[in-house]
Design a protein around this ligand. Structure first.
Ligand code: GUN
Length: 327
């Protein structure tokens, strides 16, 4: 959602109007960015999903999600509680199963196997990172989730389908899916644009690259070994940052008017706050705001969209079960 109140086609029109106005008034040079609100876009997604869930009730199917947590990390607890809250709002039945940090890998795998076999559960995610005193093979654990219930889109099967462009036959990981939704909100078309992704993690950067590519952008992925990241970023019409480095991307790196999506969540010291810290993204917001055309804030940008897309994938999974039962 752009600014405070636009949505769907309206946001496309607004973006166009804004572009024309700025081009006329400033000879093509922009002054400050339009903020893309993840909070408001996510709210619209949840409202749409609630209607879809209500419709499914006539078929006596209620989408259900199970979140499996190993250990008791404070940040994971916070993320999970926002997933539970969103599920309740949409009408998804959600359960949170927390295994102690002394659990063994085999016990985790057995739990996943039993959820895979439980037909009443449509979506299963394993909250990462795993917080265990025992050695855990994260790949083994995430791949143990049935690809049909893998609403996080982290299994090799779903990642492989996404990398080959089979977007309608996989679950797209929630953060990149949310980023795409926010890019759509700007009205800027992705096809033919030069996109730069910073970071190549399995959960953000790598699937973001694939998603932009199959939406017909020309994509460059930068990572810790890339020389002169600023040079790459300076050529990009669309920049998605999932680097995990506080305020790494500076405003003077950016091509004027670009779309800038910040997936970062970093805690930095701030003596003026009662908590002694504050949350910042991977983008230096104040300088980027002066140069980008569109920018996501942190917090309130990508974060809420990640949760909304998890709800969307869970509803999709339940719908797929319904459709296959009807065939
Ligand atoms: N930890 C942080 N973000 C995520 C996410 O999107 N999915 C899972 N499973 N774990 C996470």
């Amino acid at each position: 959602m752009i600014a405070q109140w636009s949505c769907g086609g309206l946001s496309v029109m607004l973006a166009l109007l804004r572009h024309l106005t700025l081009s006329c008034c400033y000879g093509g040079r922009r002054s400050i960015a339009t903020i893309i609100s993840g909070n408001q876009t996510a709210k619209l997604v949840r409202e749409r999903l609630k209607k879809e869930v209500d419709k499914m009730k006539t078929s006596k199917v209620i989408p259900s999600l199970l979140v499996l947590q190993v250990g008791n990390r404070e940040d994971s607890n916070l993320y999970i509680s926002s997933k539970m809250k969103a599920a309740a709002e949409v009408g998804i039945e959600a359960a949170h199963v927390r295994l102690p940090n002394t659990v063994t890998q085999d016990e985790v795998l057995r739990t996943i196997a039993s959820v895979n076999e439980d037909a009443s559960v449509h979506g299963l995610i394993v909250q990462l990172p795993l917080d265990s005193v025992n050695r855990m093979d994260v790949e083994l654990v995430t791949n143990a989730v049935s690809p049909l219930k893998d609403v996080d889109g982290l299994s090799c099967i779903n990642a492989g389908k996404l990398s080959r462009g089979d977007l309608n036959y996989c679950y797209i990981p929630c953060t990149p899916n949310g980023c795409m939704e926010l890019i759509r909100q700007t009205g800027v078309s992705v096809a033919g644009k030069h996109a730069v992704v910073i970071g190549r993690s399995k959960i953000v950067g790598a699937p973001m690259h694939d998603l932009l590519l199959w939406n017909h952008a020309t994509v460059t992925t930068c990572h810790s070994k890339t020389h002169d990241i600023a040079k790459h970023v300076g050529r990009a019409d669309i920049v998605v940052v999932g680097a995990g480095r506080a305020e790494m991307v500076q405003g003077d790196w950016l091509k004027e008017g670009c779309v800038l999506i910040d997936c970062g969540i970093n805690h930095v010291a701030d003596g003026s706050k009662p908590s002694g810290k504050r949350v910042v993204g991977d983008v230096h917001f104040a300088s980027a705001y002066q140069r980008a055309g569109f920018i996501t804030p942190v917090p309130g940008g990508v974060g809420p969209m990640t949760v909304a897309m998890l709800m969307q994938n869970t509803v999709l999974s339940a719908q797929r079960v319904l459709t296959s039962a009807a065939v």
